[in-house]
Design a protein around this ligand. Sequence first.
Ligand code: FES
Length: 120
Amino acid sequence: MVELTATRLIGVDELGTASVAVVATAHGDLAVGLSEGKPFALSNRCRHLFAALGNGRVAEDGCLECPWHGARYDVNTGKMTRGPQGAFRPLAGVVKGTAGAVALARYPVELRDGAIWLVG
Ligand code: FES
């Protein structure tokens, strides 16, 4: 029988209203949070200009939103669903189709005892 290891990443009550945080792990810093009641852990670097995604927020559509220019990512696939906004908005489609075409790395997590755990 193979025994799987699990590492506690963060308590749900530590996430705050943004529903995401930066957590240091053996894989480096990850953006760890909850979206629509489900935990996720993604690479922490935005594909646009490398902002720390864990300092962003989970938006009303359930996507992880970058704190700098508002690009959004599907937490289930790691894919960019919306390019950067504000001054970068005219380039949003180009960024989404180039840098955003490569999905963020995803890591397996589960919700247990009021916390998010990295498993496997
Ligand atoms: S750095 Fe994330 S949208 Fe610009």
